[in-house]
Each structure stands twice: as structure tokens, then as C-alpha cells.
Design a protein around this ligand. Structure first.
Ligand code: SAM
Ligand code: TMP
Ligand code: ZN
Length: 405
């Protein structure tokens, strides 16, 4: 039996993807033998409702100098984070000498805007390569994991923060007890801890099961986030649904009693109860959808191969590791994947060992079909790759179901 990482309750497993590689472990051909595998299974806590992975991958294996994901790689996400920074500057960073800390600041896409506004800031980012990119843009970064000890040191050296912000990072951190104690040590009495992550409600609704991989240790809901916040003397005071990455929620957390919760919190929690979002039956239904999608995708790719069609993948996303490895799709069905990220080009997809080529070569010549693994960037990619469809190319999507566009 697995114990809940938050409350020590019983975690009930609802899906098991089997042995899986690390989703961002893009290796050169000569290095594939040393790849790390773990059991990717996901469950829900019967006591506190937190949806979580059953096995924890050691953090240094995932987040190190070579971490390949660059937040600035998408125009839409650059705009999203610029707007986020402007919103925080206007609403929370208005007092004398305000201080903004970001957990998981990556290449500085959000803090760069805070810096340009002349506001004191600090990123906490364990992955040295992306931290260096941020520093090149003049963003202050501490290369470290955010946890209680780091937070206490920052408070001692730089004072307390008005805002602690994180995007697509808090769900990556199993040790939320240490994170919340750290927030407690670093946040001003009236400050806010704001974070946004993929929303379980959207994952269940849209069958975006490929959001489940090593780095996404938790799949949050308003219910489970309020529960964990309360355990550490905080309260969930606002929630806002965001359209990015296939559907996220931004949670605003303040010290208990410091702010009046917005009605949106109770509304979303009531909606989650009505949808029975944390029930084993609901979550097992997601599992049925996963198996159907993977079977349909493999069948389509086999049919296309048998017809002699040329098929490729587009977007070497972390998410795609779950799809490719669970469905058992390798180079024989999908000979290559195109991507814009320098650190991924020339490497192999984790586990499936499909070669990654530069997106600049996508049209030399275009394939007949392209599986859109970066479905969260659909608008941006379809707008850029108009030449593909003009030449008769067809996009294949697999969420919420397998379809040829
Ligand atoms: N915030 C960026 C965004 O939304 O695009 C980056 C998200 S990226 C998926 C997750 C980031 O969290 C990585 O850059 C990783 O190195 C960082 N990270 C992981 N564990 C962390 C921790 N304990 N403290 C701070 N950052 C962490
Ligand atoms: P993400 O789904 O984790 O944001 O990763 C998106 C991946 O897709 C990343 O490796 C960059 C790649 N990508 C492209 O190849 N072309 C594009 O236009 C965009 C937006 C992303
Ligand atoms: Zn629990």
C-alpha cells in the first residue's frame, strides 16, 4: 500500500503505465544504455484527495544542468508570463521596495519583466543551464532547489517576499511540506504564494493523460490544494482557470485569516464535488480513455505505414514520452520527431529512441502526416506551419480522441 505524500493516508492506484523513462531525458545514441527507468503509476488519496504518483524519481535526475526545457520557446507562453508579471506588479508589488521570488524561474521568462520594471526579484532554479540563460538577461537567480532551508536563507539574506510565484513547478515537487514551511519562512505576513499547474479537471475532461509523467508528481485540484494549504497554516484565497498548457488553475494562497477568500474558491470546490473528480470510478474512467486513445493511435499509424504514407511527430514534448512508451510506438511507426529546442535536436526521444530533427527541416520535404505532440501549442504551430497543410499535409491529434485534421 502506498502512503500519501501529504497526509499519510491511503493512496488508491487508478492507472499504471508500467516502466517509463524520464520524460526529459533526451540522449545521444551512444548514451541510451544508461537511461533511468521507473514505475509510472498514479493514484488518489482516500483522505485528502491529492492525486499523486506512486514512485518518486530522485530530483537531481530530472533537474540538473542539462534540463532541456526552455520556457521562452513558445510565443504564446512568453505573452502569458509577461501578462502574469504585469498583473503581479499591479496587484501585489506596489508597496515600498517590493520583493518577488519565483520558484522554478527557468530561463527568466517571467522575472525578466519584473526586472525591467525595476522591482527587486530572485529566481530559485536548480537547473543550472536554464538559470545561466536567465542571468544573461540580467535576471537574478540562485541555483538551488526551493525548500525550507533555501527559503530561510533567502529571508535572512534578502528579507521577506511580497510574492512567491511558481508556474508548472509546484506540481513537480513531492516534498510540499518543506515547500510550505519555506513559504512560511519567506513570505511577508500579508504576502501571497501564487502558483499555476495543470488542472486535474481539464485532464479528466479532455483525456490529456500525457500530462502524467515523472515530473508531474501531483495533479492538483482546488479541493486538494486547499487541503494541503490548511495543513500548513495557509488558506486558498483565489482560483483562476487558465487556458494555457491544455487547462491550468492559478491558486492564490495567503496566511490563514489574512485575506477573505473569493467566492470562486468555493464555487470550483463545489464543481469538483459535483463532478466526483476525486472518486476512484471517475479516475478509472480516465484510464479507459487512455487505453482507447493509445490503441487508436497505434492502429492509425500502422494503417498509414502499410499505405506507404510518410509520418512524423511534431514537438518533442515531455508529455509525448508517456504516449509513445505506453503505446509502444517506436521509429518503425514514427521515423522522426521535429522540434525547435536546440538541446533536443540530434538526440533521441526517451525510451522510444525516435530521432529528433530540427523543426527548420520539417518542410525538406514535408511528411504526409504529422502527429502533433505539442497539442498545447496547436494555434501557434498551425499558424507557423501553414506550408505543411498547403502542400496537402494532415495533422494528427490524439486528445481528446485520435483524429486526422
Ligand atoms: N516556470 C517555468 C514555466 O512555467 O515555463 C518552468 C517550468 S519547468 C516545467 C519546471 C522548472 O522547475 C524547471 O526549470 C526545474 O528545474 C524547476 N524545479 C524543479 N524542482 C524545483 C524546486 N524544488 N525548486 C525550484 N525549482 C524547481
Ligand atoms: P511543452 O509542451 O512542454 O511546452 O513543450 C513544447 C515542445 O514543443 C518544446 O520541446 C518546444 C516544441 N515546440 C516546437 O517545436 N515548435 C513550436 O512552435 C512550439 C511552440 C514548441
Ligand atoms: Zn492524503
Amino acid at each position: 500500500m502506498t502512503r500519501c505524500r501529504i497526509c499519510d493516508g491511503q493512496v488508491r492506484k487508478f492507472f499504471d503505465f508500467g516502466r517509463q523513462p524520464l520524460s526529459d531525458d533526451f540522449r545521444a545514441e551512444e548514451d541510451v544504455a544508461g537511461a533511468f527507468y521507473f514505475q509510472l503509476a498514479v493514484g488518489v488519496c482516500a483522505s485528502c484527495s491529492m492525486v499523486q504518483l506512486l514512485e518518486e524519481v530522485p530530483r537531481e535526475r530530472m533537474f540538473n544542468y542539462d534540463y532541456p526545457y526552455h520556457s521562452s520557446g513558445s510565443q504564446r507562453m512568453r505573452e502569458h508570463f509577461a501578462q502574469t508579471a504585469r498583473d503581479l506588479l499591479a496587484a501585489e508589488l506596489t508597496g515600498p521596495d517590493p520583493f518577488c521570488v519565483e520558484i522554478g524561474s527557468n530561463d527568466g521568462v517571467m522575472l525578466g519583466v519584473v526586472k525591467d520594471a525595476g522591482v527587486r526579484h530572485l529566481g530559485v532554479e536548480p537547473s543550472g543551464g536554464v538559470a545561466e540563460l536567465a542571468r544573461k538577461d540580467g535576471v537574478r537567480v540562485r541555483t538551488d532547489f526551493f525548500e525550507e532551508s533555501t527559503a530561510a536563507q533567502i529571508a535572512a539574506e534578502e528579507g521577506h517576499a511580497d510574492v512567491i510565484y511558481a508556474a508548472n513547478t509546484i506540481c513537480h515537487i513531492p516534498y510540499l511540506d518543506s515547500v510550505f514551511r519555506g513559504v512560511d519562512a519567506l513570505l511577508k505576513p500579508g504576502g501571497v504564494f501564487v502558483f499555476e499547474d495543470p488542472y486535474l479537471g481539464d485532464i479528466v475532461e479532455r483525456h490529456t493523460f500525457d500530462q502524467i509523467y515523472d515530473e508531474h508528481f501531483y495533479l492538483f485540484t482546488a479541493t486538494s490544494v486547499r487541503e494541503v494549504a490548511r495543513r500548513f497554516g495557509f488558506d486558498l484565497v483565489d482560483v483562476r482557470r487558465l487556458p494555457v498548457h491544455g487547462g491550468e488553475v492559478r491558486y492564490t494562497i495567503a496566511r490563514a485569516g489574512a485575506r477573505t477568500p473569493s467566492p470562486a474558491v468555493d464555487e470550483l470546490i463545489a464543481e469538483e464535488a459535483e463532478r466526483r473528480l476525486h472518486d476512484l470510478e471517475t479516475l478509472e474512467g480516465l484510464g479507459t480513455g487512455i487505453d482507447r486513445i493509445c490503441e487508436d493511435l497505434v492502429k492509425l499509424l500502422r494503417d498509414l505505414r502499410d499505405q506507404g504514407a510518410r509520418v512524423a511527430g511534431y514537438g518533442a514534448t515531455a508529455k509525448s514520452a508517456t504516449v509513445l512508451n505506453y503505446a509502444g510506438i517506436g521509429p518503425e511507426l514514427l521515423p522522426c520527431v521535429y522540434d525547435t529546442t536546440p538541446a533536443k535536436i540530434g538526440r533521441l526521444m526517451p525510451g522510444s529512441h525516435i530521432p529528433i530533427r530540427s523543426a527548420a527541416e520539417f518542410g525538406r520535404p514535408y511528411p504526409d502526416y504529422a502527429v502533433l505532440f505539442a497539442w498545447n501549442h496547436t494555434d501557434e504551430i498551425l499558424a507557423r506551419e501553414t506550408g505543411f497543410t498547403e502542400q496537402g499535409g494532415r495533422w494528427i491529434v490524439y486528445v481528446p480522441s485520435v483524429r486526422v485534421l
